[in-house]
Design a protein around this ligand. Sequence first.
Ligand code: CA
Length: 223
Amino acid sequence: MAHKLLIVEDETGIMQFLQQGLEEEGYDITTANNGADGLALAQQNKFDLLLLDWMLPKMTGYELCNAFRETNKTTPIIFLTAKDTVQETIEGLKAGANDYIKKPFNFDELLERIKVQLRNKELPQQLTLGNVSIDLQKHLVTVEGAEVSLTQREFELLAYLVKNKGKVCTRTDIIQDVWDIHFEYDTGVIDVFMNAIRKKLNLKVEEDYIKTVRGVGYIANDN
Ligand code: CA
């Protein structure tokens, strides 16, 4: 199904350009040319993303964003605006926007930013591995309800393995994706972190959901 986007923009030329470009990319587009109509549409429908101009008649994009966030915390919002001072960017993000793109903008860049937001939105926020639960938003790991305190890197490594549940994660994959290191590197560091994670999770032998694949890497599996 096509993603539903709401565009709120009062400049006709920009609106037509956006609508046409995004429809060609397969998005289902709804438009409003003032803030009040935009807010009403956003509240009455279920959009996958809102694209808001900052300066709008009747209600600014900033006010729209604030009002919308009172009841909806999750729909991604991208501001599209000529305003680009640090202060206004901060204001926009404080009001609950997820991203910000400056006019005049490059369409391909906007498209990529939209894709990033839609992808993030679709990632599950809760992962499980046997009796281990991982809350990606709160960065919380529990085993049968009891909280386990992991360091940032331990958390990222565990979440990475669980996101790839059932697949072997090679040492190279792990070092690139979790450590963000893209050159020859001693991957022994992974074992150190894995040992720490196993110790903290304190799983019983029969609950050993994370297995070492000798010479290759690790696999999380709870089947
Ligand atoms: Ca405007």
